[in-house]
Design a protein around this ligand. Structure first.
Ligand SMILES: [Zn+2]
Length: 243
């Protein structure tokens, strides 16, 4: 399995090295995309990817974190980014009093950067699916995009799929209250689906949670383990071409 969105960095995790070693030893998980949230965590993600075979990285400024896109460009120019597979996470988050146009401008700047270097982008949209989609439609990411930890909405899902986007689901689909998420899983074309844990934000035990998320999809789509694994892995490799 490929976990398409995790945060292994020294800001989010204690005993980072030990945690990386544990993840590297899990037999069911073969690749992890370690997502940058700001300058420091992006730099660290790139360094971790060079040291640990299963780890890949992204460079990004999360909408709730500070930092400039030009600082990311500098990282991209100066570091070994051979295992940087995407740009982000970027996007919009309404849980702040900050003027949303600041986030919008950074989002657009991030898309332009990703287009310059031909990498896909990872989108964070917290209560902003519609607004984020509008920006995407006007500034189409040339190498593709994913709405990570998708907040379920069938109409938005259709629109994302219609312009070639991907949707990534995480542990919320395993909650007993996840009615809307289950509708998304039942209706999405399988070739547009990705899986993630968003560790440590949406998961406290990647081994158990990973299997639960995977099994939920398997059950809802009546698939065999190996078939679902093949589909999800090839989706991830289609979007994140450097995996
Ligand atoms: Zn994230």
């Amino acid at each position: 399995m490929i976990d398409t969105h995790a945060h292994f960095n020294s800001k989010d995790l204690k005993n980072l090295k030990r945690q990386i070693q544990i993840i590297e030893s899990l037999t069911y998980l073969d690749k992890i995309i370690n997502v940058g949230l700001d300058y420091q965590t992006s730099k660290e993600a790139a360094a971790i990817s060079l040291k640990y075979p299963n780890f890949y990285a992204t460079l990004g400024i999360h909408p709730l974190h500070s930092g400039t896109i030009s600082s990311l460009k500098k990282l991209y120019e100066t570091l070994d980014c051979s295992k940087v597979v995407a740009i982000g996470e970027t996007g919009l988050d309404s849980s702040t009093k900050e003027d949303i146009t600041i986030q919008e401008n950074k989002f657009i700047e991030t898309i332009n950067f990703a287009n310059e270097i031909n990498l896909p982008i990872i989108i964070h949209a917290n209560n902003t699916n519609k607004q984020a989609l509008e920006i995407i439609k006007e500034n189409l990411p040339q190498a593709g995009f994913v709405f990570h930890c998708f907040q379920p909405n069938l109409e938005i899902m259709e629109e994302i799929i219609g312009i070639g986007g991907y949707i990534s689901v995480a542990t919320p689909i395993t909650r007993p209250t996840a009615k809307k998420s289950l509708e998304v899983i039942k209706n999405i074309p399988l070739e547009n689906l990705l899986i993630e844990l968003d560790y440590p934000y949406m998961s406290d035990n990647p081994e158990i949670d990973g299997k639960n998320v995977f099994n939920k999809i398997k059950e809802l789509r009546h698939l065999k383990y190996n078939d679902l694994e093949d589909i999800l892995d090839s989706n991830a490799k289609r979007l994140f071409k450097k995996l």
